[in-house]
Design a protein around this ligand. Structure first.
Ligand code: DON
Length: 304
């Protein structure tokens, strides 16, 4: 299929639609990003790659990193992960506190902030040098050793992360955080600050389209069964209170971040990463979602 031609077609179609989204500005460092950038990259499980526009430009991956940390924790602690977090869609914004008290400190799923913070706590217990080990893991998925944290963004997250601090304290009060709170939050704020391009993200997620094996290295990251379950979690929980709409319109498992990135996976076929910084009201990329909707409609390459 001529993916690059399709990318161009959709991009030009979307130019005529006003981009009503807004760049995330609750983290000062994100507010400075040029909002009109756009990139897309698709990688097939056979290793073919297709790019358009700013596909090589790095941006803040934000909550997309929650998939990497979840996978790292899941691959180590296996099903005991479900003693610490649920696996149901929350139907609430990513930083919501409301359910956590009712659920006695157990987050609904690992992709809302509360769940991702518990996963950081698990990694703090499991890994010798969590921040270095997480980075090495992501670098090994892509073969790119320059992927890194942005310390300015991590600091900015820390200074403005009042809700995240509330979440971790609430969970600590219920006994669902085992390590020192500041240490856990340092990991969380750093993973949000990781910078990657669409090309790097698309390659890093490829093992999820390939039954758990990194195609270019042959390394198994997850069993086929846990890969299926990770994709199912992305399908049902990857877009917070917009997971239903993403499923309805795009029809692929995926994960978004407030940096404007979205990665989606078609098991056995391809991964696609798109970046457009302006966000809709739910905190997901406005044009990124529209682009993916058009892409899976035109190509008929959704899972439904
Ligand atoms: O915890 C936060 O506020 C952010 N650093 C991450 C949020 C995020 O990307 C939510 N996703 N759409």
């Amino acid at each position: 299929m001529h993916y690059e031609t399709i990318f161009q077609e959709i991009y030009h179609e979307l130019q005529s639609i006003e981009n009503i989204g807004r760049v995330a500005d609750y983290i000062p460092e994100l507010a400075d990003v040029n909002p009109d950038q756009f990139g897309v990259h698709l990688t097939t499980v056979e290793g073919d790659e297709f790019s358009f526009a700013d596909a090589e430009k790095r941006f803040s991956i934000q909550s997309i990193a929650k998939v990497f940390t979840f996978v790292l924790a899941y691959s180590r602690v296996k099903s005991s992960i479900w003693d610490r977090t649920g696996l149901e869609p929350a139907g609430t914004p990513f930083n919501s506190l409301v359910q956590l008290e009712y659920d006695q400190g157990t987050p609904r799923n690992p992709f809302i902030n509360a769940g991702a913070i518990v996963i950081c706590d698990i990694l703090a217990s499991e890994l010798a040098s969590p921040k270095e080990n997480i980075l090495s893991f992501i670098r090994s998925l892509t073969g790119v050793n320059t992927i890194n944290y942005n310390p300015m963004v991590a600091l900015s997250e820390k200074k403005t992360g009042f809700r995240n601090h509330a979440l971790v304290n609430l969970m600590k009060s219920f006994g669902n955080i085992r390590n020192d709170i500041d240490m856990v939050m340092d990991i969380y704020f750093h993973i949000c600050s990781i910078e990657m391009s669409c090309r790097e993200l698309s390659k890093a997620f490829l093992f999820l389209a390939n039954n758990g094996v990194v195609p270019y290295s042959g390394e198994r990251i997850l069993s086929a069964s846990r890969t299926k379950r990770t994709n199912a979690l992305m399908q049902t929980c990857g877009f917070y209170d917009e997971a239903g709409e993403f499923s309805f319109k795009v029809g692929l498992p995926g994960k978004s971040g407030v940096g404007g990135g979205i990665v989606a996976v078609h098991p056995e076929k391809y991964t696609i990463a798109v970046w457009s910084p302006r966000l809709n009201k739910k905190g997901n990329s406005y044009k990124g979602m529209l682009f993916l909707e058009e892409f899976t409609t035109k190509t008929r390459l959704s899972i439904f």
